[in-house]
Design a protein around this ligand. Structure first.
Ligand code: ATP
Length: 341
């Protein structure tokens, strides 16, 4: 389970494009509605965003094209200067950091993966992956040894001497992932890393990404415009619209309780049983577990638990990670949830 400790805190961050943006922010105080900005000839790419990314979690920022995802993520590493707000990384105020300190943080503590892979075409896979270590001034044999390890981790052993043009899209993105992991980042940004891949490869890469994360346990900020990808990968999701976060929560929170009609549109076709956990719909055991009933884990999804009922049982015992009884799952509640979507 992710630890609750925040790695990155983003407080009331805004990025307004257009001349006189700072003056407008100062005079408008809190009113930076999309309408107020538009009438001043400004673009509110990011508006008053608050979020906290916890150590070891996958935090997904999801929104349609133009909703502000890339601008927000670039503000988090100060590749774009926010117009207002505060950003704390490991408790350090990034907006007060000098340019050289920011370069050091980006080089040593942050990793980035982009949609277009951004590989250097004239360098081999090995040299591409070793490149950020070369920039760090690490000697050749150390950086090549680390690069080989990363190439193996992403399943590309044997391709060390290939050039990017000799690889498929999925393989190129694996190189991008290996390269960004080579610096052993504490905070890993992935900006639509799988969007350029066709659906089958994309799903394979998502599985691969989850496998990597189960080994590496990085703190991740992952951008996508695809809600299905978001609920598949996320520990928590922030949904953006017109530069603002309209809802943030676990996939389960969002699917069960969409905060606005806009969010509900995304959740409408999601099979709820695949997202909702047994713990959310179980009932109190009141001390007694159903006699002879099979058990399921509280953190299993409802669709994982459903087959355990078999033909005849009406109840299942629910246990926690230490096999302690925590509740009862009723067949009727499972059927009800499945009927809902
Ligand atoms: N340099 C800029 N100058 C003016 N407006 C900008 C600039 N960069 C982005 N914008 C505007 O800010 C808004 C948010 O853009 P952003 O690229 O962050 O969205 P996004 O959600 O990442 O979209 P996409 O998924 O298409 O990349 C858009 O309206 C965009 O036109």
């Amino acid at each position: 389970m992710p630890s609750p400790e925040p790695k990155l805190i983003c407080c009331n961050v805004s990025k307004i494009f257009g001349s006189g943006a700072r003056e407008f922010m100062a005079s408008a105080k809190a009113d930076i509605s999309a309408e107020a900005l538009a009438s001043a000839g400004l673009v509110g790419a990011v508006r008053n965003v608050d979020l906290e990314v916890r150590s070891g979690e996958i935090f997904v920022i999801m929104g349609l094209s133009g909703s502000g995802k890339s601008t927000l993520v670039r503000c988090l590493s100060r590749l774009i200067e926010p117009t207002a707000g505060e950003i704390l990384f490991n408790g350090e105020n990034l907006l007060a950091a000098s340019d050289s300190r920011m370069i050091e943080i980006r080089r040593h503590q942050m990793g980035m993966v982009f949609q277009n892979f951004a590989l250097l075409p004239h360098l081999t896979v090995l040299a591409n992956v070793a490149f950020p270590l070369e920039v760090q001034g690490i000697d050749r044999s150390t950086r090549e040894a680390r690069a080989r390890k990363m190439i193996e981790l992403v399943g590309l052993s044997g391709k060390e001497n290939a050039f990017p043009r000799e690889l498929s899209g999925g393989q190129q993105q694996r190189v991008g992932i290996a390269r960004s992991l080579a610096v052993e980042p504490e905070l890993w940004f992935l900006d639509e890393p799988f969007s350029a891949l066709d659906p089958l490869i994309r799903r394979e890469m998502q599985d691969e990404f989850m496998r990597l994360q189960s080994v590496l346990k990085k703190t991740i900020v992952f951008i996508t415009h695809d809600f299905d990808e978001a609920i598949r990968l996320a520990d928590r999701i922030a949904i953006m619209k017109d530069g603002a976060v309209v809802q943030a929560g676990t996939p389960e929170d969002i699917v069960l309780n969409p905060a606005t009609a806009y969010v509900a549109e995304f959740t409408r076709n999601v099979p709820k049983a695949k997202v909702v956990r047994v713990a959310s719909i179980m009932r109190q055991a009141n001390g007694a577990m159903p006699n002879g009933a099979a058990t399921v884990q509280a953190h299993a999804t409802v669709s994982e638990a459903a087959p355990v009922f078999g033909d005849n049982s009406e109840h299942l015992g629910v246990v926690d990670g230490d096999s302690q009884p925590v509740g009862v799952l009723h067949r009727a509640d499972v059927v009800d949830l499945m009927m809902r979507g």
